[in-house]
Design a protein around this ligand. Structure first.
Ligand SMILES: N[C@@H](CCC(=O)N[C@@H](CS)C(=O)NCC(=O)O)C(=O)O
Length: 216
């Protein structure tokens, strides 16, 4: 397997957690420096026309793209430990929490959106940060309400790690990147703190990756 990655990428963080949980070590990790715009190079565009990471090549390919699709592929090809519950309602809840993070919240704060706001609409840096914090907080507010459901246990869905937890961890890291106050979201914060103690999550953390700064 070849993983296209970058330390700061929250979507790639999700895939790294899943790889660690499954005990899969990619043969190669190819760095795509988002701060230098390497995602827009023709060579990477040929891998993922969306010009975004992660991408994963398993065997002869073609490249897999979109973090949730990649994680479900890993779950289907390496079923243990499972990342989705068995019951349809449980699967829908876990996928719902995951999509809230990966499809509703995260896409609003990625580099291409921040750069478009800055270049096309002349947002200054504080305004871009305000935008990012607004969408982070909107997602955290919804997540906190979902996590009040009795289906929540030690983790987002019961007492076993699921795809929902992978996404909560990425939301937690993003909150730190954008200095979002998570104090008003105690259930979210408790689970994120719990996840940080798990080796598969800790090793995948953005600040543990090559090229990452020592702290934010
Ligand atoms: N929905 C995609 C998001 C992928 C994505 O936007 N990745 C970011 C890094 S976390 C990226 O590569 N952005 C490049 C850019 O915005 O120019 C997924 O979950 O994989």
């Amino acid at each position: 397997m070849k993983l296209f990655s970058f330390w700061r990428s929250l979507a790639t963080y999700r895939v790294r957690i899943a790889l660690n949980l499954k005990g899969i070590v990619p043969e190669e990790v190819i760095q795509i420096n988002l701060m230098k715009g390497e995602q827009r190079a023709a060579s990477f565009r040929a891998v993922n026309p969306m010009m975004a990471i992660p991408a994963l090549i398993d065997g002869d390919g073609p490249a897999l793209f979109e973090s949730l699709a990649i994680i479900e592929y890993l779950d289907e090809t390496h079923p243990n430990p499972p990342l989705l519950p068995r019951d349809p309602r449980g699967r829908a809840r876990v996928r719902g929490i995951a999509q809230l993070v990966a499809c509703d919240s995260h896409p609003l704060i990625v580099p291409r959106v921040r750069e478009y706001l800055a270049h096309e609409f002349k947002f200054d840096e504080p305004s871009v940060m305000k935008w990012c914090r607004h969408w982070h907080t909107a997602a955290l507010t919804a997540l906190e309400t979902h996590l009040q459901d009795k289906a929540t246990g030690r983790y987002a869905h019961g007492d076993v790690i699921t795809l929902a937890d992978i996404c909560l961890a990425s939301q937690g890291a993003g909150a730190k990147f954008f200095s979002v106050d998570t104090a008003p979201f105690p259930k979210f914060s408790r689970i994120v703190d719990e996840l940080a103690k798990i080796d598969a999550f800790a090793r995948a953390h953005p600040l543990k990756q090559p090229g990452a700064p020592a702290s934010l």
